[in-house]
Design a protein around this ligand. Structure first.
Ligand SMILES: [Zn+2]
Length: 309
C-alpha cells in the first residue's frame, strides 16, 4: 500500500479522538495514538514509537544519551529515569512491546525501563534479555526471539530478519559478542555487547514498514520481501550506494526515512544536530540519483507523523 505523501509530512495537530488501551493509566495523547491510522514518532537514534490506535510499541528507545566523554572513557552509564518517564508520559504510559534490534547501549540501555514504566514486554535477542534481567524485569516481561521469528501484537506482525551491524567504529563493528549474564546498570558502554542484529519487518493491514536500525545488511536478506517505507539507520554506513542498493531498492520502498544520524551524545532537550562523520550532504546527493525510485523524508524528534492513514 502506498502512503499519501500530502498527509504524511504535515505536523499532526491535536484532535478529539483520544483512544486508550483498556485498563490504561491514561489515554494516549491523540497526536501519538489514533484509532484510524498508523503513526510513528522518532525518538532520536534508532528509537521509534509506533501505534495504530489499538496497539503501541517502542523500538530501540534510547533517551538517556550520556556524553561522549563518559562513553569514551568507559564510565558506568546510568539510565535517566526522568527522561524515560517523560517519554512514556508523552506517549500515554502504555505499550505492548519494547523491541530491540541489537543490544548496544544506544539501543538497549533504556529499554527495560520503558518496559517497566509501560507494562510492555521486552523483546529481543538473548543479550537483550540479559539487559532486561539486570534491570530487574521479570521473566514474564521478557521474550527472547531469534532470526526468522514473528511477533504478533494486535494487527501488527513483526518479523525478525537476520541482519548485520554497520562498520560503525573505524570500519569495524563495535562491541561484538553477546551477554551471558544479567547486566546490572549502571554499566560501561562496552558491557552492552551486540548480540544478534535484527532488521524488523513490520506488517500491518494499512502498510509495511522496515526498521533497519544499523547501517548494515546481508546481501539478499530481503529476497521476496517488499515494503512501503524504510526507517534507515545511516550512521556508520560503509557506503551510501551499497546501503541503498541492498536495503531500499530490493524492498521496492517508495519512502525512506533516515534515522540514527543525530548526535546522540547530546541530550534530547537540546536542538538535535548531526553526528560527526554521518555526511548527510553526501547521503542526500547519492540518494538523489534514485529519485525516480524513492523519496527521502527527514523527520523531527518527538513530532509524530502519519505513516499510513
Ligand atoms: Zn550498534
Amino acid at each position: 500500500m502506498r502512503i499519501l505523501p500530502h498527509l504524511l509530512w504535515l505536523p499532526l495537530v491535536l484532535c478529539a479522538c483520544a483512544a486508550g488501551l483498556p485498563g490504561g493509566n491514561m489515554p494516549h495523547p491523540p497526536q501519538f495514538f489514533s484509532t484510524d491510522s498508523v503513526r510513528l514518532t522518532w525518538m532520536g537514534t534508532a528509537g521509534c514509537f509506533i501505534s495504530d490506535g489499538e496497539t503501541a510499541f517502542f523500538i530501540d528507545p534510547f533517551v538517556s544519551r550520556p556524553g561522549l566523554l563518559k562513553v569514551g572513557l568507559g564510565f558506568a552509564l546510568a539510565p535517566q529515569s526522568d527522561q524515560i518517564a517523560e517519554w512514556c508520559r508523552k506517549t500515554g504510559n502504555m505499550a505492548d512491546a519494547v523491541i530491540i534490534s541489537h543490544s548496544h547501549y544506544d539501543h538497549a540501555m533504556d529499554a527495560p525501563f520503558f518496559a517497566s514504566n509501560t507494562g510492555a514486554v521486552l523483546v529481543g535477542s538473548g543479550s537483550t534479555a540479559m539487559v532486561g534481567r539486570g534491570a530487574g524485569l521479570n521473566e514474564e516481561h521478557i521474550r527472547v526471539v531469534t532470526f526468522g521469528d514473528t511477533l504478533r501484537i494486535g494487527q501488527f506482525r513483526i518479523r525478525f530478519l537476520e541482519s548485520r551491524h554497520g562498520p560503525a567504529l573505524f570500519g569495524k563493528i563495535p562491541w561484538p559478542g553477546r551477554m551471558e549474564k544479567p547486566l546490572v546498570p549502571p554499566a560501561a558502554a562496552s558491557k552492552y555487547r551486540l548480540g544478534k542484529t535484527f532488521t524488523l519487518l513490520i506488517e500491518h493491514p494499512k502498510g509495511t514498514l522496515v526498521h533497519n536500525g544499523s547501517a548494515g545488511y546481508l546481501p539478499g536478506m530481503f529476497d521476496g520481501i517488499t515494503a512501503d517505507v524504510v526507517l534507515l539507520g545511516i550512521a556508520g554506513r560503509e557506503n551510501t550506494r551499497g546501503l541503498l542498493d541492498n536495503v531500499v531498492v530490493p524492498l521496492g520502498a517508495a519512502t525512506v526515512i533516515p534515522i540514527h544520524h543525530d548526535h546522540f551524545f547530546s541530550p534530547l532537550n537540546k536542538p538535535v544536530k548531526p553526528l560527526w562523520g554521518v555526511h548527510l550532504g553526501e547521503f542526500e546527493q547519492t540518494a538523489g540519483a534514485y529519485k525516480e525510485t524513492f523519496e527521502i523524508h527527514w523527520i523531527h524528534v518527538g513530532e509524530p507523523i502519519l505513516v499510513f492513514p
